[in-house]
Design a protein around this ligand. Structure first.
Ligand code: PEP
Ligand code: MN
Length: 304
Protein backbone atom coordinates (compact mmCIF):
# COMPACT_ATOMS: atom_id res chain seq x y z
CA UNK A 1 0.00 0.00 0.00
CA UNK A 2 2.77 2.35 0.95
CA UNK A 3 4.50 1.68 -2.37
CA UNK A 4 1.39 2.32 -4.39
CA UNK A 5 0.91 5.70 -2.76
CA UNK A 6 4.53 6.58 -3.31
CA UNK A 7 4.30 5.64 -7.00
CA UNK A 8 1.19 7.70 -7.46
CA UNK A 9 2.87 10.66 -5.87
CA UNK A 10 5.92 10.34 -8.10
CA UNK A 11 3.74 10.05 -11.19
CA UNK A 12 1.86 13.13 -10.13
CA UNK A 13 4.99 15.09 -9.49
CA UNK A 14 6.97 14.17 -12.55
CA UNK A 15 4.03 13.80 -14.87
CA UNK A 16 5.60 10.91 -16.74
CA UNK A 17 2.22 9.26 -17.02
CA UNK A 18 -0.85 10.68 -18.71
CA UNK A 19 -3.13 12.44 -16.27
CA UNK A 20 -6.26 14.51 -16.48
CA UNK A 21 -5.50 16.47 -13.36
CA UNK A 22 -3.07 19.33 -13.09
CA UNK A 23 0.27 18.41 -11.57
CA UNK A 24 2.99 20.53 -10.02
CA UNK A 25 5.02 19.67 -13.07
CA UNK A 26 2.37 21.16 -15.35
CA UNK A 27 2.34 24.39 -13.41
CA UNK A 28 6.12 24.61 -13.53
CA UNK A 29 6.62 23.77 -17.20
CA UNK A 30 3.50 23.25 -19.29
CA UNK A 31 1.05 25.90 -18.19
CA UNK A 32 3.45 28.29 -16.54
CA UNK A 33 2.19 31.43 -18.27
CA UNK A 34 -1.51 30.90 -17.67
CA UNK A 35 -0.89 29.98 -14.02
CA UNK A 36 1.51 32.89 -13.42
CA UNK A 37 0.84 34.59 -10.11
CA UNK A 38 0.76 38.09 -11.59
CA UNK A 39 -2.69 39.70 -11.43
CA UNK A 40 -4.16 40.13 -14.93
CA UNK A 41 -6.92 42.45 -15.94
CA UNK A 42 -8.40 42.72 -19.38
CA UNK A 43 -9.13 46.32 -20.22
CA UNK A 44 -11.19 47.25 -23.25
CA UNK A 45 -11.59 50.90 -22.29
CA UNK A 46 -11.33 53.00 -19.14
CA UNK A 47 -14.84 52.07 -18.07
CA UNK A 48 -14.82 48.50 -19.35
CA UNK A 49 -12.47 46.27 -17.42
CA UNK A 50 -12.69 42.59 -16.55
CA UNK A 51 -11.20 42.83 -13.10
CA UNK A 52 -11.75 42.01 -9.46
CA UNK A 53 -14.09 45.00 -9.12
CA UNK A 54 -16.31 44.92 -12.18
CA UNK A 55 -18.31 42.17 -13.81
CA UNK A 56 -19.15 43.00 -17.43
CA UNK A 57 -22.17 41.35 -19.01
CA UNK A 58 -21.84 40.26 -22.62
CA UNK A 59 -25.32 39.90 -24.07
CA UNK A 60 -27.04 39.45 -27.37
CA UNK A 61 -28.68 36.97 -29.68
CA UNK A 62 -27.22 33.68 -30.74
CA UNK A 63 -26.77 34.60 -34.37
CA UNK A 64 -26.83 37.94 -36.19
CA UNK A 65 -29.97 36.84 -37.99
CA UNK A 66 -30.89 40.23 -39.40
CA UNK A 67 -30.03 43.90 -39.21
CA UNK A 68 -33.33 44.59 -37.51
CA UNK A 69 -32.70 41.98 -34.79
CA UNK A 70 -29.21 43.13 -33.89
CA UNK A 71 -30.22 46.81 -33.78
CA UNK A 72 -33.26 46.06 -31.63
CA UNK A 73 -31.23 44.06 -29.11
CA UNK A 74 -28.32 46.52 -29.07
CA UNK A 75 -30.58 49.51 -28.44
CA UNK A 76 -32.24 47.72 -25.54
CA UNK A 77 -28.92 46.64 -24.03
CA UNK A 78 -27.43 50.10 -24.39
CA UNK A 79 -30.34 51.51 -22.39
CA UNK A 80 -29.66 48.84 -19.77
CA UNK A 81 -26.09 50.13 -19.49
CA UNK A 82 -24.58 47.03 -21.11
CA UNK A 83 -21.34 47.70 -22.96
CA UNK A 84 -20.65 44.48 -24.83
CA UNK A 85 -22.85 43.03 -27.55
CA UNK A 86 -22.52 39.44 -28.70
CA UNK A 87 -23.82 37.91 -31.91
CA UNK A 88 -22.37 35.38 -34.30
CA UNK A 89 -22.20 35.96 -38.02
CA UNK A 90 -20.30 32.70 -38.46
CA UNK A 91 -21.76 29.82 -36.50
CA UNK A 92 -20.77 26.26 -35.86
CA UNK A 93 -23.81 23.99 -35.77
CA UNK A 94 -23.93 20.51 -34.26
CA UNK A 95 -25.77 19.12 -37.29
CA UNK A 96 -25.21 20.12 -40.91
CA UNK A 97 -28.84 20.79 -41.79
CA UNK A 98 -30.13 24.32 -41.43
CA UNK A 99 -33.76 25.12 -40.88
CA UNK A 100 -35.46 27.24 -43.54
CA UNK A 101 -35.47 30.33 -41.31
CA UNK A 102 -31.82 30.01 -40.36
CA UNK A 103 -29.28 31.69 -42.53
CA UNK A 104 -25.69 32.12 -41.40
CA UNK A 105 -25.27 35.82 -42.13
CA UNK A 106 -21.45 35.68 -42.51
CA UNK A 107 -19.87 38.82 -44.02
CA UNK A 108 -23.28 40.50 -44.28
CA UNK A 109 -23.74 39.85 -40.55
CA UNK A 110 -20.32 41.37 -39.84
CA UNK A 111 -21.39 44.49 -41.75
CA UNK A 112 -24.52 44.75 -39.59
CA UNK A 113 -22.37 44.36 -36.47
CA UNK A 114 -20.10 47.09 -37.74
CA UNK A 115 -23.04 49.41 -38.30
CA UNK A 116 -24.49 48.70 -34.86
CA UNK A 117 -21.09 49.26 -33.28
CA UNK A 118 -20.73 52.67 -34.91
CA UNK A 119 -24.30 53.56 -33.93
CA UNK A 120 -24.15 52.52 -30.27
CA UNK A 121 -20.44 52.55 -29.39
CA UNK A 122 -20.82 49.06 -27.93
CA UNK A 123 -17.95 46.59 -28.03
CA UNK A 124 -18.52 43.53 -30.18
CA UNK A 125 -17.91 39.86 -29.40
CA UNK A 126 -18.27 37.39 -32.22
CA UNK A 127 -17.15 33.85 -32.93
CA UNK A 128 -14.30 32.92 -35.23
CA UNK A 129 -14.92 29.53 -36.78
CA UNK A 130 -12.20 29.57 -39.43
CA UNK A 131 -8.94 31.39 -40.08
CA UNK A 132 -10.13 32.56 -43.50
CA UNK A 133 -12.79 34.79 -41.87
CA UNK A 134 -10.36 36.45 -39.46
CA UNK A 135 -9.59 39.59 -41.49
CA UNK A 136 -13.24 40.37 -42.00
CA UNK A 137 -14.07 39.69 -38.35
CA UNK A 138 -11.13 41.69 -37.03
CA UNK A 139 -12.17 44.83 -38.85
CA UNK A 140 -15.17 45.04 -36.47
CA UNK A 141 -14.82 42.71 -33.48
CA UNK A 142 -13.25 43.89 -30.23
CA UNK A 143 -13.26 40.41 -28.75
CA UNK A 144 -12.82 37.15 -30.65
CA UNK A 145 -14.73 34.19 -29.28
CA UNK A 146 -13.24 30.76 -29.72
CA UNK A 147 -16.18 28.42 -29.32
CA UNK A 148 -16.11 25.28 -27.23
CA UNK A 149 -15.90 23.07 -30.30
CA UNK A 150 -12.69 24.80 -31.34
CA UNK A 151 -11.00 24.93 -27.95
CA UNK A 152 -8.13 22.77 -29.16
CA UNK A 153 -8.02 23.95 -32.76
CA UNK A 154 -4.43 25.04 -32.31
CA UNK A 155 -3.98 26.71 -35.69
CA UNK A 156 -7.06 28.81 -35.03
CA UNK A 157 -5.86 29.67 -31.52
CA UNK A 158 -2.50 30.77 -32.89
CA UNK A 159 -3.90 32.95 -35.66
CA UNK A 160 -6.42 34.56 -33.30
CA UNK A 161 -3.65 35.20 -30.76
CA UNK A 162 -1.50 36.90 -33.39
CA UNK A 163 -4.20 39.49 -34.05
CA UNK A 164 -3.62 40.73 -30.49
CA UNK A 165 -7.37 41.15 -30.03
CA UNK A 166 -8.92 40.14 -26.73
CA UNK A 167 -9.90 36.48 -26.87
CA UNK A 168 -12.61 34.56 -25.06
CA UNK A 169 -11.63 30.91 -24.94
CA UNK A 170 -14.58 28.68 -24.16
CA UNK A 171 -14.01 25.38 -22.46
CA UNK A 172 -14.98 22.36 -24.50
CA UNK A 173 -17.87 20.49 -22.85
CA UNK A 174 -15.69 17.42 -22.36
CA UNK A 175 -12.38 19.06 -21.53
CA UNK A 176 -10.52 18.93 -18.27
CA UNK A 177 -9.15 22.16 -16.87
CA UNK A 178 -5.72 20.80 -17.74
CA UNK A 179 -6.68 20.65 -21.41
CA UNK A 180 -8.31 24.06 -21.25
CA UNK A 181 -5.28 25.67 -19.64
CA UNK A 182 -3.05 23.96 -22.20
CA UNK A 183 -5.12 25.61 -24.95
CA UNK A 184 -4.89 28.95 -23.14
CA UNK A 185 -1.12 28.56 -22.94
CA UNK A 186 -1.04 28.21 -26.75
CA UNK A 187 -2.51 31.73 -26.94
CA UNK A 188 -0.16 33.20 -24.35
CA UNK A 189 3.01 31.86 -25.98
CA UNK A 190 2.13 33.92 -29.05
CA UNK A 191 2.45 37.02 -26.86
CA UNK A 192 -1.25 37.80 -26.52
CA UNK A 193 -2.23 38.25 -22.88
CA UNK A 194 -5.66 39.71 -23.56
CA UNK A 195 -7.29 36.48 -22.57
CA UNK A 196 -10.58 35.60 -20.89
CA UNK A 197 -11.59 32.02 -20.07
CA UNK A 198 -15.20 30.92 -20.20
CA UNK A 199 -17.04 28.08 -18.49
CA UNK A 200 -20.05 27.08 -20.60
CA UNK A 201 -21.21 23.73 -19.26
CA UNK A 202 -20.06 20.16 -19.59
CA UNK A 203 -21.51 16.86 -20.75
CA UNK A 204 -22.90 15.05 -17.77
CA UNK A 205 -24.92 11.86 -17.30
CA UNK A 206 -27.64 13.89 -15.62
CA UNK A 207 -28.65 17.40 -16.54
CA UNK A 208 -32.05 17.20 -14.78
CA UNK A 209 -34.07 18.17 -17.82
CA UNK A 210 -34.39 16.44 -21.17
CA UNK A 211 -33.77 19.64 -23.11
CA UNK A 212 -30.66 20.56 -21.15
CA UNK A 213 -27.66 19.28 -23.04
CA UNK A 214 -24.99 20.43 -20.64
CA UNK A 215 -24.49 21.16 -16.96
CA UNK A 216 -22.93 24.42 -15.79
CA UNK A 217 -19.80 23.47 -13.91
CA UNK A 218 -19.85 26.15 -11.22
CA UNK A 219 -17.05 24.28 -9.50
CA UNK A 220 -14.83 24.92 -12.53
CA UNK A 221 -15.19 28.67 -11.92
CA UNK A 222 -13.94 28.26 -8.37
CA UNK A 223 -11.15 25.89 -9.41
CA UNK A 224 -10.00 28.19 -12.22
CA UNK A 225 -10.00 31.21 -9.95
CA UNK A 226 -7.72 29.28 -7.61
CA UNK A 227 -5.33 28.35 -10.43
CA UNK A 228 -5.15 31.45 -12.61
CA UNK A 229 -5.21 35.24 -12.45
CA UNK A 230 -6.84 35.81 -15.82
CA UNK A 231 -10.56 36.68 -15.92
CA UNK A 232 -12.96 33.74 -15.78
CA UNK A 233 -16.46 34.27 -17.11
CA UNK A 234 -19.56 32.08 -17.19
CA UNK A 235 -22.10 31.33 -19.91
CA UNK A 236 -25.18 29.84 -18.25
CA UNK A 237 -27.20 30.11 -21.47
CA UNK A 238 -25.22 27.55 -23.43
CA UNK A 239 -24.91 25.33 -20.39
CA UNK A 240 -28.54 24.94 -19.45
CA UNK A 241 -30.23 25.53 -22.82
CA UNK A 242 -33.25 26.48 -20.76
CA UNK A 243 -34.19 30.12 -20.19
CA UNK A 244 -35.84 29.68 -16.74
CA UNK A 245 -32.56 28.30 -15.40
CA UNK A 246 -30.31 30.97 -16.89
CA UNK A 247 -30.96 33.63 -14.23
CA UNK A 248 -30.38 31.41 -11.17
CA UNK A 249 -27.23 29.99 -12.77
CA UNK A 250 -25.98 33.47 -13.62
CA UNK A 251 -26.48 34.50 -9.99
CA UNK A 252 -24.70 31.35 -8.82
CA UNK A 253 -21.79 32.12 -11.15
CA UNK A 254 -21.36 35.60 -9.70
CA UNK A 255 -21.60 34.18 -6.19
CA UNK A 256 -18.90 31.66 -7.16
CA UNK A 257 -16.57 34.47 -8.20
CA UNK A 258 -16.86 34.80 -11.97
CA UNK A 259 -15.50 37.97 -13.59
CA UNK A 260 -18.12 38.31 -16.30
CA UNK A 261 -21.15 36.69 -17.92
CA UNK A 262 -22.42 35.76 -21.35
CA UNK A 263 -26.20 35.92 -21.54
CA UNK A 264 -28.03 35.00 -24.71
CA UNK A 265 -31.14 37.04 -25.42
CA UNK A 266 -33.74 37.70 -28.07
CA UNK A 267 -36.74 40.06 -28.26
CA UNK A 268 -38.93 37.06 -29.03
CA UNK A 269 -37.08 33.89 -27.97
CA UNK A 270 -39.55 31.55 -29.64
CA UNK A 271 -38.59 33.15 -32.94
CA UNK A 272 -34.85 32.63 -32.44
CA UNK A 273 -33.62 30.63 -35.44
CA UNK A 274 -31.33 28.52 -33.25
CA UNK A 275 -31.79 27.25 -29.69
CA UNK A 276 -35.11 29.04 -29.07
CA UNK A 277 -35.46 27.61 -25.56
CA UNK A 278 -32.45 29.39 -24.14
CA UNK A 279 -32.51 33.16 -24.78
CA UNK A 280 -33.94 35.56 -22.22
CA UNK A 281 -36.44 38.15 -23.42
CA UNK A 282 -36.01 41.85 -22.59
CA UNK A 283 -38.07 41.72 -19.41
CA UNK A 284 -36.29 38.64 -18.10
CA UNK A 285 -32.94 40.24 -18.85
CA UNK A 286 -33.83 43.45 -16.99
CA UNK A 287 -34.98 41.40 -13.98
CA UNK A 288 -31.82 39.36 -13.98
CA UNK A 289 -29.67 42.48 -14.10
CA UNK A 290 -31.38 43.87 -10.99
CA UNK A 291 -30.71 40.65 -9.07
CA UNK A 292 -27.13 40.42 -10.28
CA UNK A 293 -26.44 43.93 -8.99
CA UNK A 294 -27.52 42.89 -5.51
CA UNK A 295 -25.32 39.78 -5.38
CA UNK A 296 -22.38 41.68 -6.85
CA UNK A 297 -22.68 44.48 -4.31
CA UNK A 298 -22.48 41.97 -1.44
CA UNK A 299 -19.15 40.93 -2.92
CA UNK A 300 -17.98 44.51 -3.40
CA UNK A 301 -18.25 44.26 -7.18
CA UNK A 302 -20.14 46.14 -9.84
CA UNK A 303 -22.18 44.75 -12.74
CA UNK A 304 -21.50 46.71 -15.92
C1 PEP B 1 -22.21 30.51 -28.69
O1 PEP B 1 -21.65 31.29 -27.90
O2 PEP B 1 -23.14 30.87 -29.42
C2 PEP B 1 -21.77 29.10 -28.75
C3 PEP B 1 -22.08 28.33 -29.77
O3 PEP B 1 -21.07 28.72 -27.66
P1 PEP B 1 -20.38 27.32 -27.34
O4 PEP B 1 -19.16 27.25 -28.21
O5 PEP B 1 -20.06 27.42 -25.90
O6 PEP B 1 -21.37 26.22 -27.64
MN1 MN C 1 -25.40 29.98 -29.19
Amino acid sequence: MKNINKNLFVANLTNKQPTKDITLDDIKFKIKKITSKKEKIVKLSNDLIFSKKSIPIIAGPNGVESRELIFKVAKFLKKQGIKILRGHAYKPLTFPYRSKNYKESMSQGMDWLDEVKRHTGMKIVTEVTEIRYLDKICSTADILQIGSRNMQNLELLRECALTNKTIILKRHFGASLRDMLGAAEHILVEGNENLILCERGVSSPHTHKDTSRFMLDVQAIVALKELIKYPVISDPSHASFWAPWVSPLALASVAAGCDGLIIEMHPNPKKSAVDPLQPLDFKEFANLKKKLKKIASILGKKII
